[in-house]
Design a protein around this ligand. Structure first.
Ligand SMILES: NC(=O)c1ccc[n+]([C@@H]2O[C@H](COP(=O)([O-])OP(=O)(O)OC[C@H]3O[C@@H](n4cnc5c(N)ncnc54)[C@H](O)[C@@H]3O)[C@@H](O)[C@H]2O)c1
Length: 436
């Protein structure tokens, strides 16, 4: 196998993937149409929190750019002519109304098609609606190259399953599912992907199967989250402690219910349903075929509003209430705020009249959020403190101390939605302690 490869799109997936190949001894050409992104890569000043066996991404980048194993550009024409393997990792943005914007993928394939030569291999790793690789990707590449997929060039699809922050580990250890337009295409893709990932590969009978598998992996997790959150609503109705209920259920050896939370955010799970939706010709068919997924998505999207209502009930209204949200990442221990339910909750509370401030140790907060620099002064200011997620760097023991001190004469209501203090009797028994 030639150890030359080009990665198209150098975002959260593409850049760590490019470095992973570079570390495996490949010579990698990276292309991204965003000149700002290329400048940040060239100056080794990326904000992403990836590391490569403990070495931070910017240090690895510096080394790979320095020794020439990685070169990056915003111009497709600069990809060397002796590169014959291309991996596409550009995204498909989705609007709030679930419209999929395929322009980036189409443009990437248009420009890539002009580079293609007889015998080249293209592997698409973007998350796409079912049929996109055989449809838009193949048609665009064929039109621009004048070559036929499966004959003039090889085409394959392999879903990307990494979690941000663990990319290097998961590129190497997360099992892969691969499909090709022909068996030959699939075999070539398996070989290229196998150069960095030595786990057994699931060789799928079609590219569509792999595209669908990616969506259902995420959609199933959406459903599991919805089950946990609805269990919590039911438990609340009967005054049953939710997490204890979950623990009880999970003593059954074939049951695995998740702990409930305030919603689900990030790049993947909330988008599974829009991709499923975008795979079907009309909304009616989507509703008919996938009612469970439809209602799970609705339930999870509505969870921050439900939680805001619970907080409002406990505080007997939100008008002019001062609320401190402690932790804003899109999930536990994340510095990423994409689709953060904690920030959605902050928004819901604000709309209902509360004055909301947010404290986080690692996530960069958006400009429209009122950020608090000091946790203790934030707690002293607040009528209510909300723990929507767990966050690294937050001193939960110190926070408990401040809460107990304040609880002596001027209690602040604590909404412990992640069960931080759930096993601590002095906290759980306090009149101001609230859990899901
Ligand atoms: N981020 C994750 O953790 C994750 C996990 C699994 C799957 N995915 C999927 O992988 C894909 C990429 O995700 P991401 O998070 O890296 O997205 P991203 O937005 O961070 O990166 C995409 C990059 O592609 C570039 N780009 C856009 N149009 C281009 C073009 N015509 N030519 C070259 N580059 C172009 C953009 O400038 C951007 O830097 C998406 O389909 C996503 O759903 C992401």
């Amino acid at each position: 196998m030639e150890k030359q490869i080009a990665i198209i799109g150098l975002g959260y997936v593409g850049l760590p993937l490019a470095l992973t190949y570079a570390l495996e001894g490949f010579t990698v050409s990276g292309v991204d149409i965003d000149p700002g992104r290329i400048a940040a890569i060239r100056s080794c000043s990326l904000g992403m929190r990836e590391d490569f066996d403990g070495v931070p991404v910017n240090a690895v980048l510096k080394r790979c750019l320095g020794d020439g194993t990685l070169s990056v550009s915003d111009a497709f024409e600069l990809v060397p002519k002796d590169v014959h393997t291309f991996i596409v990792t550009v995204g498909i943005p989705i609007s709030r109304g679930w419209e999929l914007d395929l322009a980036m993928l189409r443009n990437a394939c248009t420009q890539l098609g002009r580079l293609l030569r007889e015998g080249d291999l293209v592997i698409c790793r973007s998350t796409v609606p079912v049929g996109t690789t055989r449809g838009l990707v193949r048609e665009t590449l064929e039109r621009e190259s004048g070559l036929a997929a499966g004959d003039g060039f090889d085409l394959a699809y392999s879903s990307e399953r990494i979690a941000e922050g663990s990319a290097y580990d998961e590129f190497r250890k997360m099992p892969l599912v691969v499909g090709g337009i022909t068996e030959h295409s699939r075999n070539r893709a398996v070989e290229v992907l196998g150069a960095v990932n030595r786990e057994p590969v699931f060789e799928a009978s079609s590219m569509e199967l792999v595209e669908a598998a990616k969506m259902f992996e995420n959609a199933q997790r959406d459903v599991n989250v919805a089950v946990a959150n609805q269990l919590a609503r039911f438990a609340h109705r009967f005054g049953i402690p939710t997490r204890e209920l979950v623990r009880a259920c999970n003593t059954h050896t074939r049951v695995k219910i998740l702990n409930p939370g305030i919603g689900v955010g990030g790049h993947c799970i909330p988008y599974a349903s829009p991709y499923l939706f975008g795979s079907l010709p009309d909304a009616g068919e989507y509703q008919d075929l996938l009612p469970t997924f439809v209602s799970a998505r609705q339930a999870n999207a509505g969870q921050p509003a439900y939680i805001a209502q619970r907080i409002s009930e406990r505080l007997e209204g939100l008008e002019h209430r001062r609320l401190l949200v402690v932790g804003a990442g899109m999930k536990d221990f994340s510095d990423d705020i994409t689709g953060s339910p904690a920030l959605d909750l902050a928004g819901e509370l604000t709309v209902r009249g509360a004055e909301v401030r947010v404290f986080d140790t690692v996530a960069a907060l958006p400009g429209d959020v009122c950020a608090v620099e000091n946790l203790e002064s934030g707690v002293l200011w607040a009528d209510g403190v909300i723990l929507p997620i767990l966050q690294g760097g937050i001193d939960y023991a110190g926070l408990k101390h401040v809460l107990l001190e304040r609880g002596r004469n001027d209690p602040v209501i604590l909404f412990d939605f992640r069960g931080v203090y759930e096993q601590q009797v002095d906290m759980v028994n306090a009149s101001w302690y609230v859990r899901l």
